[in-house]
Write a protein that binds this ligand. Structure first.
Ligand SMILES: Cc1cc2nc3c(=O)[nH]c(=O)nc-3n(C[C@H](O)[C@H](O)[C@H](O)COP(=O)(O)O)c2cc1C
Length: 363
């Protein structure tokens, strides 16, 4: 079946077909309980939030950064995927998404030195390790994010191996929870991004220094996840294509180099974001400002690519695909404004999209 609009063409990766190319970017809700048996567990808020985007026709939803361990949370109210209670509750969301034809995906994450911060709407301040909700962050090197953040503890080789194992366990649990896509969070200066960039990685062992050493952790996590993630299901990796630093940061050239390696290690799609690893950096934002980075990876690497960042208009999204700059678009804040954006775009562009039976009179 050929659709009039590229945005509403189905897309197949491995054995998984996504009904359209309008996808929801992972967005932390910082809304889980902090303590007790329901710590890190999805609740009614998460159910309402994700299912509304599914009834709105979104082809694939990436559930927010979900921590592989308690220390890996950004805020104390983050979702977790380190125990079976968390898995059982996620099943209700994946089942509903599937009932709407939306592919359920999840981003698995470790915050590293950016862990232990408050909810953004409460100021997002770092929480001291000895405060009620805070803890001591871990990182490749004892370099704090900024002068207000706690200096993180440098990871030992044993601790690095343990975290690689936590990513694999998280992927296994994601499968058990009914997800069809796992995205490894390698972007925005969280733990994997901290290893990638010389700005945050000052190690002198086999995990620091050269490009090969800085990407080692990312590739080890990828291998461990791929080993437990079924061959017929796709694996995504989110990257910050650049730190936006003149000197001493991760660069777009390195992103292209890493993309080729990620493909060899079993990643199917690169979700191309930028920034978040260096404080005080000015990022030249504007409509589609990260699309050129996605387009470059698309041109120069064998990976499929999703573009993200200030993509808000149907025509704009359509052009990104029609120009061959990306294979899919991820929308963040625009889907917070309008959960049924995909339906609006389908109307404007003449594409076909799922509409729940209950809403048939609104077609
Ligand atoms: C409330 C909020 C939470 C976010 N949480 C995450 C996250 O969990 N993981 C991630 O990779 N990016 C996260 N982001 C970034 C988005 O995924 C997206 O890349 C960014 O908002 C740019 O896209 P947009 O202009 O369409 O919003 C978050 C953004 C927002 C607004």
């Amino acid at each position: 079946m050929s659709a009039a609009s590229a945005l509403f063409e189905p897309y197949t990766l491995r054995s998984l077909t996504v009904p359209n190319r309008v996808w929801m970017a992972p967005m932390c809700q910082y809304s889980a309980e902090v303590f007790g048996p329901n710590a890190g567990v999805v609740n009614d808020w998460h159910f309402a939030h994700y299912t509304a985007r599914a009834t709105g026709g979104t082809g694939l939803i990436l559930v927010e950064a979900t921590a592989v361990s308690p220390e890996g949370r950004i805020s104390p109210a983050d979702l977790g995927i380190w125990n079976d209670t968390q898995v059982a509750a996620l099943r209700r969301i994946t089942a509903f998404l599937e009932s709407q034809g939306t592919v359920p995906g999840i981003q698995i994450a470790h915050a590293g030195r950016k862990a232990s911060t408050d909810r953004p709407w409460l100021g997002g301040a770092p929480l001291k390790p000895d405060s009620e909700e805070g803890w001591q962050p871990l990182a490749p090197s004892p370099v704090a994010w900024d002068e207000k953040h706690t200096v993180p503890t440098e990871l030992t080789i044993d601790q690095i191996r343990e975290i690689v194992g936590q990513f694999a366990a998280a992927a296994r649990r994601a499968l058990d929870a009914g997800f069809k896509v796992v995205e490894i969070h390698g972007a925005h200066g969280y733990l994997i991004g901290q290893f990638l960039s010389p700005h945050s990685n000052r190690r002198t062992d086999e995990y620091g220094g050269s490009f090969e050493n800085r990407v080692r952790f990312a590739l080890e996590v990828t291998d461990a996840v791929r080993a437990v993630w079924p061959d017929e299901l796709p694996l995504f990796f989110r990257i910050s294509a650049t730190d936006w630093l003149e000197d001493g940061g991760w660069t777009a050239d390195e992103t292209v180099r890493l993309a080729a390696l990620l493909k060899e290690h079993g990643v199917d799609l690169l979700d191309v974001s930028t920034g978040g690893n260096a404080s005080g950096v000015r990022i030249p934002t504007g409509p589609g400002y990260q699309v050129p980075f996605a387009a470059r990876v698309h041109d120069e690497s064998p990976l499929a690519v999703a573009a993200v960042g200030m993509i808000t208009e149907p025509e704009q999204a359509e052009k990104i695909l029609a120009n061959g700059e990306a294979d899919a678009v991820l929308l963040g804040r625009e889907l917070l404004r309008d959960p049924s954006w995909a339906r609006r775009a389908a109307r404007e562009l003449g594409g076909e999209v799922h509409v729940p039976d209950q809403y048939h009179r609104s077609v």
